[in-house]
Design a protein around this ligand. Structure first.
Ligand code: ADP
Length: 496
């Protein structure tokens, strides 16, 4: 089979710029486009959230689906010439804001029902050609919100192939068994080799256990999640499926994230002429109320405020330091305790620390462009996109030696200025971070080497086209696996 002719249904719970809480949205916006450029016939399925429906003018009703959890309307529109299928139901369309959480940072109580309903809709569209006059060869699912899809599809024969991509193993969609049963989800899937997880039902485990191929978003994280330290209780299952588990590094949309053309920036710049970066730095300092000081090293942070990201350690490191000879800008939203700690830090050090709580795309671009160093002391990091954006914007990443950060950042060691593009610390601790900060401060005095590291980063190749070709290979493997599984089940049925 020509591997460019696959029909793929891409099922995800966020897609930039329509609805975004993190890197998942960026990936689900750019990977389908790269696959389409490689001639894949792709449709994207997304819940019909209120925020999404409000942004789309031209939308067509396709059909109703009567599903075990309720009736949904399937509507279709086009984004960048790709069909977007919106799964519409009041649990999505009647609720504004974050797709998973209320403003007080608590998960919506009906999330198990909402994403089971979404998964039922994706499953039905995948096996029944009457609705779209189209059925996929492969369904590509992302994170726990779609983990039930490979599990539900395993109850069908024949079925399309499935790929399950783990963007973050810590978010699992686990529910009590009685809740699973109340939702009427299939008892046939609730066993040790299925969705059952320490007596609960786990949506992400459904994806990992049943998908033909499982992958994650960097080679290093694919190794890490098979260990006790990073496996979140699923490392045993992942090890048992080792031959089917792989890592493909995320790319970035190099047109969307380009300092030479980014319309959010007051000044554009390129590898050849970095002068615009200084103007962005001055603008960032001004906008955040910091002293405008071209020679003060400016660290930037854009992050979900969550334990994963090591924000507590940034606060600890600053609280522990005797003198502050640098500036720090933080943009983030998330845990209230971390918001409070950051706000207090800003009040105590108004000349050095500036904090903006919220989600702000435009400010995030200015931070990427205007900072000298991007700080990312994550405890774990499946891939991380911000260090990739930073490299492209000539901002040196300061990161922990984990996950995709290892696969993308090369630590400067006084001796490798032709390869290095940032700084790496060995652990998420205030001491290690302070050491990294001091190393950045020391190198900042050496403008020539600093510029070389910036140029190394800006020359990095993180285009999606490379990763998309690896996904096409993965799709081929999964389609081969599914064909075999379909055949074996057909034979077993015939002979029984
Ligand atoms: P994660 O998906 O774990 O949150 P990533 O580094 O993979 O982390 O991706 C985060 C994405 O979300 C990036 O595009 C980043 O710029 C964006 N982002 C995170 N927090 C904010 C925020 N408060 N405002 C704007 N963009 C944000």
């Amino acid at each position: 089979m020509n591997n460019n002719s696959h029909k793929v249904l891409f099922a995800c719970s966020e897609i930039a710029p329509l609805i975004k809480t993190g890197g998942l949205a960026d990936v689900c916006a750019s990977l389908p486009m790269a696959l389409r450029r490689a001639n894949t016939d792709i449709k994207i399925a997304l819940p019909g959230y209120k925020a999404v429906l409000e942004q789309i003018d031209d939308i067509n009703f396709i059909c109703m689906l009567d599903l075990p959890l309720g009736a949904v309307a399937i509507c279709q529109c086009s984004i960048d010439d790709t069909d977007l299928l919106l799964i519409c139901h009041p649990v999505f369309s009647n609720r504004a804001g974050n797709p998973y959480m209320s403003d007080d940072d608590r998960g919506w109580p009906d999330n198990p029902m909402r994403f089971a309903l979404f998964s039922q809709a994706v499953t039905e569209l995948s096996v029944n050609p009457v609705y779209l006059n189209w059925t996929p060869d492969l369904v590509h699912c992302h994170d726990w919100q779609t983990g039930l899809v490979p599990a539900l599809l395993a109850l069908h024969n024949p079925r399309p192939a499935t790929v399950f991509t783990i963007h973050n193993l810590a978010y699992q969609g686990n529910i009590m068994h009685n809740h699973y049963a109340e939702l009427g989800l299939p008892a046939a899937l609730f066993h040790a080799n299925g969705v059952e997880f320490w007596g609960q039902a786990s949506y992400i485990k459904g994806g990992i256990a049943y998908a033909d191929r499982v992958n994650t978003v960097s080679p290093r994280y694919a190794e890490e999640i098979q260990t006790d330290a990073f496996g979140n209780g699923l490392d045993g299952l992942l090890r048992s499926r080792q031959a089917r588990v792989s890592g493909i590094l995320n790319g970035i949309d190099i047109d969307e994230w380009n300092p030479a053309t980014d319309t959010h920036l007051p000044a554009n710049y390129s590898t050849k002429d970095l002068s615009g970066k200084q103007k962005n730095k001055a603008e960032l300092q001004k906008r955040m109320g910091l002293p405008i000081s071209p020679n003060t090293l400016l660290f930037g942070v854009i992050s979900r405020l969550a334990e994963q990201k090591g924000i507590d350690v940034i606060v600890d490191a600053i609280e522990n330091s005797d003198t502050l000879n640098y500036q720090l800008v933080v943009l983030g939203s998330g845990e209230t305790d971390l918001q409070n700690r950051l706000n207090t830090l800003q009040q105590e050090h108004p000349e050095h620390v500036a904090v903006s709580i919220g989600f702000d795309e435009s400010l995030s671009r200015l931070i990427e462009a205007g900072s000298d160093v991007f700080m990312m002391p994550s405890r774990y990091e499946p891939c991380g996109l911000n260090q990739l954006y930073s490299l492209r914007y000539g901002t040196l990443p300061l990161v922990t030696r984990v996950g995709g950060l290892v696969d993308t950042v090369t630590d400067y060691n006084n001796n490798n200025q032709d390869e290095a593009n940032g700084f790496m610390i060995d652990e998420t601790s205030p001491e290690a971070l302070t050491d990294g900060i001091n190393r950045a401060l020391a190198l900042y005095a050496d403008k020539k080497t600093w510029k070389k590291l910036q140029q190394n980063g800006m020359a990095s190749q993180f285009s999606w086209d490379i990763s998309a070709s690896l996904y096409l290979q993965l799709y081929n493997a999964a389609i081969g696996d599914a064909a075999l599984a379909n055949e074996q089940i057909r034979h077993a049925k015939l002979s029984s």
